[in-house]
Design a protein around this ligand. Structure first.
Ligand SMILES: Cc1cc2nc3c(=O)[nH]c(=O)nc-3n(C[C@H](O)[C@H](O)[C@H](O)COP(=O)(O)O)c2cc1C
Ligand code: SF4
Ligand code: SF4
Length: 258
């Protein structure tokens, strides 16, 4: 089959999962569209997909699983035997059961996973694999897309296997660190709008609702004046050792039907 249209659907607070999913989608179809479900409550343009379309799902690994909020956002979509590619992006520790979870979630929603990838992205915390995915990672993603094209042309939609265990490990929870806000804050509202869980007080962006914040650090990334940072004493103490522990580079892994 040749898909009538390719779409990347992703949850991606700091953008690394988006990079991989979009690189693959655009290599399959230069006019590929994006559906970004990172921020809660933003209604996507399309929720139902046909058999002749192709979806590339992307999400980060949180504690070896998909973040639960990402699962909820993906659950609004329905496929009708729609082929898809499932990708998870992880910060150089491990993806554990997250790729299997995304594959099985897509199947349960009516999609047919034809290929999968576990990709490396800079870890949210510490200084781990900084800048990844880099140009060489994205080149690998595009080469993977070329192999997917061949599989689609042959209509080889069955036999995809990905690593993972049952029962899935406990994971997918929010992180425990909370961003700090400095006096540099101009109350521009960017972080308020971009927080995936609407945890930042619109009246006072220094105030973060602890019960909503998932420690994704998107607010640190999007703040135009650098007014948010992660540097609580607890975080600083953790980050150095964590960076050292995960310094050994891991590679992207790609999976196609046997
Ligand atoms: C709460 C939380 C848990 C995480 N758990 C893992 C993990 O289990 N394994 C791993 O390698 N990386 C883990 N990471 C790192 C992210 O998977 C990684 O940074 C990813 O590239 C972030 O994706 P994004 O840029 O699309 O938001 C975790 C990050 C957060 C915030
Ligand atoms: S306030 Fe928490 S949940 Fe919201 S963007 Fe910042 S780190 Fe993420
Ligand atoms: S994005 Fe930065 S400057 Fe704007 S409200 Fe948030 S913390 Fe303040």
């Amino acid at each position: 089959m040749k898909p009538s249209i390719v779409r990347a659907i992703y949850f991606s607070p700091t953008g690394t999962s988006r990079s991989g999913a979009v690189a693959i989608a655009k290599a399959l179809d230069e006019n590929a569209e994006e559906i970004d479900v990172t921020v809660a409550g933003r209604a996507p343009e399309r929720i139902s997909f046909a058999k002749d379309e192709l979806i590339v799902f992307g999400a980060p690994v949180y504690g070896g699983r998909l973040y639960r909020g990402a699962v909820e956002r993906f659950q609004q979509f329905t496929g009708h035997k729609t082929p898809c590619i499932v990708t998870v992006t992880y910060g150089n520790r491990d993806f554990d059961d997250a790729l299997l979870e995304l594959k099985e979630l897509a199947e349960a929603l009516g999609f047919v996973p034809v290929a999968a990838a576990a990709l490396i992205g800079q870890h949210t915390y510490g200084q781990i694999q900084v800048g990844r995915p880099n140009e060489s990672d994205l080149k690998e993603d595009r080469e993977f897309a070329d192999r997917i094209k061949a599989i689609l042309e042959q209509n080889r939609f069955e036999g995809l296997e990905v690593p993972g265990n049952y029962p899935y490990k406990d994971g997918g929870h929010r992180g425990k660190f909370r961003p700090q806000t400095t006096d540099a804050c101009t109350h521009c509202g960017v972080c308020v709008r971009e927080c995936p869980e609407l945890a930042i007080d619109p009246e006072n962006p220094e105030k973060i609702d602890d019960s909503r914040c998932i420690a994704c650090f998107r607010c640190i990334k999007v703040c135009p004046v650098g007014a948010k940072n992660p540097n609580t004493p607890e975080y600083v103490a953790f980050a150095e050792g964590f960076t050292k522990k995960l310094e050994k580079r891991r590679e992207n892994q790609y999976f196609l039907p046997l």
